[in-house]
Design a protein around this ligand. Structure first.
Ligand code: SF4
Length: 302
Protein backbone atom coordinates (compact mmCIF):
# COMPACT_ATOMS: atom_id res chain seq x y z
CA UNK A 1 0.00 0.00 0.00
CA UNK A 2 1.34 3.45 -0.92
CA UNK A 3 0.43 6.94 0.14
CA UNK A 4 -0.51 9.33 -2.64
CA UNK A 5 2.77 11.18 -2.73
CA UNK A 6 2.62 14.96 -2.93
CA UNK A 7 5.30 16.59 -5.11
CA UNK A 8 7.91 18.58 -3.16
CA UNK A 9 7.11 22.22 -2.57
CA UNK A 10 10.64 22.91 -1.30
CA UNK A 11 13.64 20.86 -2.42
CA UNK A 12 17.14 21.34 -1.05
CA UNK A 13 20.43 20.48 -2.74
CA UNK A 14 22.37 19.69 0.46
CA UNK A 15 20.63 16.37 1.19
CA UNK A 16 17.95 17.90 3.45
CA UNK A 17 14.69 16.03 2.91
CA UNK A 18 12.14 17.86 0.74
CA UNK A 19 9.12 19.59 2.22
CA UNK A 20 6.01 18.09 0.64
CA UNK A 21 3.24 19.81 2.56
CA UNK A 22 2.62 22.92 4.63
CA UNK A 23 -0.43 23.97 6.49
CA UNK A 24 -0.74 27.18 8.43
CA UNK A 25 -3.02 28.97 10.80
CA UNK A 26 -2.21 32.61 11.46
CA UNK A 27 1.60 32.47 11.58
CA UNK A 28 2.08 28.94 12.88
CA UNK A 29 3.08 26.48 10.18
CA UNK A 30 3.14 22.69 10.25
CA UNK A 31 5.37 21.22 7.55
CA UNK A 32 6.03 17.64 6.43
CA UNK A 33 9.23 16.28 4.96
CA UNK A 34 9.27 13.06 2.98
CA UNK A 35 11.78 10.45 4.07
CA UNK A 36 13.70 8.04 1.82
CA UNK A 37 11.31 5.24 2.78
CA UNK A 38 8.27 7.35 1.80
CA UNK A 39 7.20 8.20 5.33
CA UNK A 40 6.67 11.72 6.62
CA UNK A 41 8.22 13.79 9.39
CA UNK A 42 6.08 16.55 10.87
CA UNK A 43 7.43 19.72 12.48
CA UNK A 44 5.83 22.96 13.57
CA UNK A 45 7.29 26.46 13.15
CA UNK A 46 6.21 28.95 15.79
CA UNK A 47 7.21 32.56 15.04
CA UNK A 48 8.50 34.53 18.01
CA UNK A 49 9.74 38.01 18.75
CA UNK A 50 8.66 41.59 18.13
CA UNK A 51 10.02 45.15 18.00
CA UNK A 52 11.97 44.34 14.85
CA UNK A 53 13.61 41.14 16.15
CA UNK A 54 12.13 37.88 14.94
CA UNK A 55 13.11 34.24 15.22
CA UNK A 56 11.43 30.85 15.07
CA UNK A 57 10.85 28.18 17.64
CA UNK A 58 10.76 24.79 15.97
CA UNK A 59 8.87 21.86 17.43
CA UNK A 60 10.71 18.80 16.11
CA UNK A 61 9.77 15.14 15.94
CA UNK A 62 12.06 12.39 17.20
CA UNK A 63 10.08 9.40 15.90
CA UNK A 64 7.46 8.63 13.29
CA UNK A 65 4.47 7.72 15.42
CA UNK A 66 4.89 6.82 19.08
CA UNK A 67 4.61 3.68 21.19
CA UNK A 68 3.45 5.39 24.38
CA UNK A 69 -0.31 5.36 23.86
CA UNK A 70 -1.41 8.52 25.72
CA UNK A 71 -5.18 8.69 25.35
CA UNK A 72 -5.32 12.41 24.47
CA UNK A 73 -2.75 12.30 21.67
CA UNK A 74 -3.21 11.93 17.93
CA UNK A 75 0.32 10.60 17.40
CA UNK A 76 -0.43 7.69 19.73
CA UNK A 77 -3.01 6.41 17.28
CA UNK A 78 -0.28 5.75 14.70
CA UNK A 79 1.65 3.44 16.99
CA UNK A 80 5.43 3.54 16.57
CA UNK A 81 6.60 3.24 12.98
CA UNK A 82 10.28 3.96 13.55
CA UNK A 83 12.88 6.18 15.20
CA UNK A 84 14.22 9.15 13.29
CA UNK A 85 17.92 9.19 12.44
CA UNK A 86 20.21 12.02 13.53
CA UNK A 87 20.15 13.44 9.98
CA UNK A 88 16.35 13.39 9.97
CA UNK A 89 16.19 15.21 13.31
CA UNK A 90 18.64 17.98 12.48
CA UNK A 91 17.25 18.04 8.93
CA UNK A 92 14.02 19.48 10.33
CA UNK A 93 15.96 22.51 11.60
CA UNK A 94 17.92 22.80 8.33
CA UNK A 95 14.66 22.72 6.34
CA UNK A 96 13.02 25.35 8.54
CA UNK A 97 16.06 27.63 8.25
CA UNK A 98 16.05 27.31 4.47
CA UNK A 99 12.30 27.61 3.88
CA UNK A 100 11.33 30.36 6.33
CA UNK A 101 12.57 33.88 6.68
CA UNK A 102 13.51 33.88 10.36
CA UNK A 103 16.14 31.51 11.75
CA UNK A 104 15.39 28.78 14.28
CA UNK A 105 16.71 29.89 17.66
CA UNK A 106 14.71 27.57 19.91
CA UNK A 107 14.18 23.85 19.44
CA UNK A 108 11.64 21.87 21.43
CA UNK A 109 11.43 18.08 21.17
CA UNK A 110 7.66 18.10 21.45
CA UNK A 111 6.64 16.80 18.03
CA UNK A 112 5.87 13.21 17.16
CA UNK A 113 7.38 10.58 19.42
CA UNK A 114 8.95 10.16 22.83
CA UNK A 115 12.48 11.61 22.51
CA UNK A 116 13.96 9.46 25.26
CA UNK A 117 12.83 6.31 23.43
CA UNK A 118 15.31 7.44 20.76
CA UNK A 119 17.90 8.57 23.29
CA UNK A 120 21.19 8.15 21.40
CA UNK A 121 20.01 9.93 18.26
CA UNK A 122 18.36 12.74 20.21
CA UNK A 123 21.45 13.42 22.32
CA UNK A 124 23.72 13.36 19.24
CA UNK A 125 21.32 15.76 17.48
CA UNK A 126 21.42 18.15 20.45
CA UNK A 127 25.23 18.16 20.28
CA UNK A 128 25.18 18.94 16.55
CA UNK A 129 22.53 21.65 16.93
CA UNK A 130 24.67 23.20 19.64
CA UNK A 131 28.14 22.92 18.08
CA UNK A 132 27.68 22.88 14.32
CA UNK A 133 28.26 26.29 12.68
CA UNK A 134 25.06 25.85 10.61
CA UNK A 135 22.94 25.99 13.78
CA UNK A 136 24.82 27.17 16.91
CA UNK A 137 21.74 26.88 19.13
CA UNK A 138 22.52 27.36 22.82
CA UNK A 139 21.60 24.37 24.99
CA UNK A 140 19.38 26.56 27.12
CA UNK A 141 17.34 27.13 23.96
CA UNK A 142 16.77 23.40 23.44
CA UNK A 143 14.11 21.54 25.44
CA UNK A 144 13.51 17.80 25.59
CA UNK A 145 9.95 16.91 26.48
CA UNK A 146 9.33 13.45 27.88
CA UNK A 147 6.30 11.43 28.84
CA UNK A 148 8.13 10.59 32.09
CA UNK A 149 10.75 8.11 30.89
CA UNK A 150 12.56 7.83 34.24
CA UNK A 151 15.60 5.92 33.04
CA UNK A 152 15.99 8.38 30.14
CA UNK A 153 15.73 11.36 32.51
CA UNK A 154 18.42 9.87 34.74
CA UNK A 155 20.69 9.27 31.73
CA UNK A 156 20.11 12.83 30.52
CA UNK A 157 20.82 14.10 34.04
CA UNK A 158 24.12 12.20 34.11
CA UNK A 159 25.32 14.23 31.09
CA UNK A 160 25.19 17.24 33.44
CA UNK A 161 23.98 19.61 30.73
CA UNK A 162 22.86 22.13 33.32
CA UNK A 163 21.37 24.39 30.70
CA UNK A 164 19.47 21.88 28.59
CA UNK A 165 15.73 22.38 29.08
CA UNK A 166 13.61 19.48 30.33
CA UNK A 167 9.84 19.29 30.11
CA UNK A 168 7.71 16.58 31.69
CA UNK A 169 4.37 15.70 30.16
CA UNK A 170 2.65 15.03 33.49
CA UNK A 171 -1.06 15.65 32.85
CA UNK A 172 -2.37 14.14 36.09
CA UNK A 173 -2.29 14.93 39.80
CA UNK A 174 -2.23 11.29 41.00
CA UNK A 175 -1.43 7.74 39.90
CA UNK A 176 -5.04 6.72 39.51
CA UNK A 177 -5.70 9.31 36.80
CA UNK A 178 -2.27 9.03 35.21
CA UNK A 179 -2.62 5.24 34.93
CA UNK A 180 -5.78 5.79 32.90
CA UNK A 181 -4.51 8.36 30.44
CA UNK A 182 -0.78 7.56 30.23
CA UNK A 183 0.13 3.85 30.15
CA UNK A 184 3.78 4.54 31.09
CA UNK A 185 2.60 5.37 34.60
CA UNK A 186 1.67 1.76 35.29
CA UNK A 187 5.37 0.86 35.03
CA UNK A 188 6.89 4.08 36.34
CA UNK A 189 4.51 5.63 38.87
CA UNK A 190 4.60 9.25 39.94
CA UNK A 191 6.79 8.72 43.02
CA UNK A 192 9.57 7.31 40.83
CA UNK A 193 9.04 10.11 38.33
CA UNK A 194 9.37 12.69 41.09
CA UNK A 195 12.74 11.23 42.09
CA UNK A 196 13.92 11.34 38.48
CA UNK A 197 12.82 14.98 38.14
CA UNK A 198 14.62 15.86 41.38
CA UNK A 199 17.83 14.33 40.01
CA UNK A 200 17.88 16.60 36.96
CA UNK A 201 20.44 19.43 37.15
CA UNK A 202 18.77 22.81 36.75
CA UNK A 203 20.76 26.04 36.41
CA UNK A 204 20.34 28.65 39.16
CA UNK A 205 17.01 30.41 38.69
CA UNK A 206 15.89 27.86 36.08
CA UNK A 207 13.06 25.40 36.24
CA UNK A 208 11.69 22.20 34.73
CA UNK A 209 8.57 22.67 32.67
CA UNK A 210 5.58 20.57 33.74
CA UNK A 211 3.12 20.17 30.87
CA UNK A 212 -0.43 19.60 31.98
CA UNK A 213 -2.97 18.99 29.22
CA UNK A 214 -6.34 19.88 30.70
CA UNK A 215 -9.08 17.33 30.06
CA UNK A 216 -12.64 18.15 31.11
CA UNK A 217 -13.93 15.92 33.88
CA UNK A 218 -10.62 14.06 34.12
CA UNK A 219 -7.91 16.24 35.71
CA UNK A 220 -9.39 19.74 36.05
CA UNK A 221 -10.94 20.15 39.51
CA UNK A 222 -9.78 22.30 42.43
CA UNK A 223 -8.88 19.16 44.35
CA UNK A 224 -6.67 18.07 41.42
CA UNK A 225 -4.94 21.48 41.49
CA UNK A 226 -4.17 21.01 45.19
CA UNK A 227 -2.87 17.47 44.65
CA UNK A 228 -0.68 18.70 41.80
CA UNK A 229 0.75 21.54 43.89
CA UNK A 230 1.51 19.09 46.72
CA UNK A 231 3.23 16.67 44.33
CA UNK A 232 5.46 19.41 42.89
CA UNK A 233 6.23 21.15 46.18
CA UNK A 234 9.98 21.56 46.64
CA UNK A 235 10.83 20.94 42.97
CA UNK A 236 12.02 23.82 40.72
CA UNK A 237 9.12 23.61 38.28
CA UNK A 238 6.78 25.77 36.26
CA UNK A 239 3.41 24.32 35.22
CA UNK A 240 2.23 24.94 31.68
CA UNK A 241 -1.54 24.48 31.47
CA UNK A 242 -2.54 23.37 27.96
CA UNK A 243 -6.22 23.26 27.06
CA UNK A 244 -6.70 19.94 25.23
CA UNK A 245 -6.69 20.31 21.44
CA UNK A 246 -9.61 18.36 19.96
CA UNK A 247 -8.64 15.52 17.59
CA UNK A 248 -11.10 13.52 15.59
CA UNK A 249 -11.58 10.05 17.04
CA UNK A 250 -10.29 10.89 20.52
CA UNK A 251 -12.75 10.78 23.36
CA UNK A 252 -11.88 13.82 25.49
CA UNK A 253 -13.27 17.31 25.96
CA UNK A 254 -11.65 20.69 26.60
CA UNK A 255 -12.54 22.37 29.92
CA UNK A 256 -14.12 25.83 29.85
CA UNK A 257 -11.91 28.92 30.13
CA UNK A 258 -13.39 29.56 33.55
CA UNK A 259 -12.41 26.08 34.80
CA UNK A 260 -8.87 26.53 33.52
CA UNK A 261 -8.59 29.99 35.10
CA UNK A 262 -9.83 28.67 38.44
CA UNK A 263 -7.36 25.78 38.29
CA UNK A 264 -4.53 28.18 37.50
CA UNK A 265 -5.46 30.57 40.31
CA UNK A 266 -5.52 27.70 42.81
CA UNK A 267 -2.06 26.50 41.79
CA UNK A 268 -0.67 30.03 42.02
CA UNK A 269 -2.26 30.66 45.40
CA UNK A 270 -0.42 27.57 46.61
CA UNK A 271 2.89 29.04 45.45
CA UNK A 272 3.23 27.01 42.25
CA UNK A 273 4.57 28.97 39.27
CA UNK A 274 2.07 28.42 36.48
CA UNK A 275 1.19 29.82 33.08
CA UNK A 276 -1.44 29.00 30.56
CA UNK A 277 -0.58 28.27 26.95
CA UNK A 278 -2.58 30.26 24.46
CA UNK A 279 -2.99 27.58 21.83
CA UNK A 280 -1.33 28.34 18.53
CA UNK A 281 -1.77 26.18 15.47
CA UNK A 282 -4.96 24.38 16.40
CA UNK A 283 -6.53 24.87 12.96
CA UNK A 284 -3.40 23.57 11.26
CA UNK A 285 -3.44 20.36 13.29
CA UNK A 286 -0.09 21.55 14.53
CA UNK A 287 -0.88 22.12 18.17
CA UNK A 288 0.22 19.97 21.09
CA UNK A 289 -0.87 16.33 20.72
CA UNK A 290 -2.21 16.90 17.21
CA UNK A 291 0.67 15.74 15.07
CA UNK A 292 0.43 12.52 13.14
CA UNK A 293 -0.78 11.13 9.86
CA UNK A 294 -2.94 8.06 10.31
CA UNK A 295 -2.44 7.11 6.66
CA UNK A 296 1.19 6.34 7.54
CA UNK A 297 0.04 3.72 10.00
CA UNK A 298 -0.97 1.52 7.08
CA UNK A 299 2.58 1.63 5.76
CA UNK A 300 3.76 -0.20 8.85
CA UNK A 301 2.18 -3.31 7.37
CA UNK A 302 3.74 -2.92 3.96
S1 SF4 B 1 1.83 12.57 24.20
FE1 SF4 B 1 3.93 12.25 23.50
S2 SF4 B 1 4.55 10.32 24.50
FE2 SF4 B 1 2.30 10.40 24.64
S3 SF4 B 1 1.64 9.24 22.81
FE3 SF4 B 1 1.75 11.43 22.23
S4 SF4 B 1 3.77 11.70 21.31
FE4 SF4 B 1 3.79 9.77 22.48
Amino acid sequence: MRLDLDPPIHSFDDGTLPIVRMRNEAETVKFCQRTHDELEIESVVIPMGGKGVFWNTLCVSSQIGCARGCTFCQTARMGLIRNLTVDEIIGQVAAANAAFEAQVRNVVFMGMGEPLDNYENVVESIEILHRDKRFEIARRRITVSTVGHCEGIRKLASLNYRRLGLAISLNAPNDEIRDQIMPINRRSPMAELREAIASYPVRAGGHILIEYVMLAGVNDTLEHARELAAYLKGLPTCVNLIPWNPCEGLDHKTPSDETIDTFQRELMSLGQMTFRRRTKGRGAMGACGQLGNLALKRLKHR
